[in-house]
Design a protein around this ligand. Structure first.
Ligand code: URA
Length: 438
């Protein structure tokens, strides 16, 4: 079938066959479909939707548009976590070494930040020398030596997604659940996994802000993972406020190292709790632990004994980073930045703390990127000192901004102050894990 016939079929609301979808993905990869034809079909899919058969067919075609890792010579269960992205969402840096210390192999293919959400690769690059550009062979060798590796998507993994995602980004067709599922799962299924946990964020700072949309995405992701024979669960977690204490690349690695070292400050507790919840689900699905409770105990032991920190150190060494940050996480912080405290205008209880606003301010100060090839300032960020439900006094510091220049600090500070709203009456604390889909 010619591209225009397939486009017309979807435009008119019919269901595409697996062969037609396969032909489309082949056309994306060999460039026999022009960009305007690809985007016309994507827009038709966006408007008309895809049924479960089409969903499975497009995921499969995108997955097999590239290389699928062969990790069969690794003698441990293979598992990974994927997050739909958020503000201060740094759990990958804890989950990978923690899961490895508990007996899993974790082939974590990660992404860079775009817009207000951060990316694991950018965070890792705040560690001097850390190399996220590994070949498939190097990636496998690092996993064999220390139990996990963290690297960017190579050109060989799901190349159809790379091209289609860039076109979706430019044509307002990203927020479409079947296309999101195909995009995420084609990359995750290429990791040859036994188990996958998805952290689907919900709330102001999330990609899916409304709970019902987050749940629909979680259900579709879990259904697709299972239909490919991978044990899959999704945790729908809060992203109405930033996760944990720090937002900003180096600050977030600092927080993870403090947690791995057992130096957990109260504002870091949410990061630790969510990391353990997600790791425990991987351990249980993989059969290493019998249930979530024993898996959580296993995680607690791996953290308190320092075994998870040692995995992190081993991985940093293997990926050419400077392991001294494990002994002194403070080395990651740049001391000559200017600091601006954001204080409460009145006494009361924090009713909202807008994750999206915080993410945007940190991005605008250079901590994130607007275009895919923009540079990044790893040092800037925001340290959160008060959260939704906390009682605060007038003048109390709610958080501290770290930025480079005075001229931008004042407007960034004003925007951050507006990110908080304070009420006279006590409200509810935020529930970190809103729902689990399994
Ligand atoms: N993340 C992805 O990898 N793909 C999407 O389509 C959306 C978020």
């Amino acid at each position: 079938m010619r591209p225009q016939q397939i486009i017309a079929k979807k435009r008119d609301g019919s269901t595409l066959t697996a062969d037609e979808i396969g032909g489309f993905i082949d056309g994306v990869c060999d460039s026999s479909w022009a960009d305007y034809q690809i985007t016309a079909l994507i827009m038709a899919m966006f408007i008309r939707g895809l049924d479960s058969g089409e969903q499975e067919a497009i995921t499969k075609a995108m997955l097999y548009s590239g290389e699928v890792l062969d990790l069969s010579d690794i003698d441990r269960p293979v598992a990974d976590k994927h997050s739909t992205g958020g503000v201060g969402d740094k759990t990958s840096l804890i989950i990978a070494p923690l899961a490895a210390a508990c007996g899993l192999a974790v082939p974590m293919i990660s992404g860079r930040g775009l817009g207000h959400t951060g990316g694991t690769l950018d965070k890792l690059e705040s560690i001097p020398g850390f190399n996220v550009n590994l070949t498939t062979e190097e990636f496998k060798a690092v996993i064999k030596k220390c139990g996990y590796a963290m690297a960017g998507q190579t050109a060989e993994i799901a190349p159809a997604d790379k091209k289609i995602y860039a076109l979706r980004d430019a044509t307002a067709t990203v927020p479409c659940i079947p296309l999101i599922v195909a995009s995420i799962m084609s990359k995750k299924l290429a990791e040859d996994l036994d188990a996958l946990v998805l952290d689907v964020k919900t709330g102001a700072g999330a990609f899916m802000q409304k709970f019902e949309d987050s749940r629909a995405l979680a259900e579709a992701l879990v259904h697709t993972g299972k239909s490919f024979g991978v044990k899959t669960e999704a945790v729908i977690s809060d992203m109405s406020q930033p996760l944990g204490m720090n937002v900003g690349n180096a600050l977030e690695v600092y927080e993870c190292l403090k947690i791995l070292r057992g130096e957990v400050e109260p504002a870091m507790q949410a990061t630790l709790d969510l990391s353990v919840e997600l790791t425990a689900r991987l351990l249980t699905m993989s059969g290493i632990s019998e249930n979530i409770r024993s898996a959580s105990e296993k995680c607690a032991e791996a953290l308190s004994s320092g075994r998870a920190l040692e995995k992190f150190r081993q991985n940093v060494e293997l990926q050419n980073g400077d392991p001294r940050v494990c002994d002194d996480p403070g080395q990651l912080l740049t001391n000559d930045l200017m600091r601006l405290d954001i204080t409460a205008d009145g006494a009361g209880f924090i009713r909202s703390f807008d994750a999206l606003a915080v993410g945007r301010v940190v991005c605008d100060l250079g901590g994130g990127r607007v275009l895919a090839d923009d540079g990044i300032d790893h040092a800037v960020g925001f340290e959160c000192k008060a959260f939704i439900g906390d009682k605060v006094a007038k003048g109390q510091t709610l958080g501290t901004l770290r930025c480079r220049d005075n001229s931008r600090a004042a407007s960034a500070g004003a925007r951050l102050k507006q990110a908080y709203s304070i009420n006279e009456t006590a409200g509810e604390k935020v529930k970190l894990v809103v729902e689990v889909v399994s």
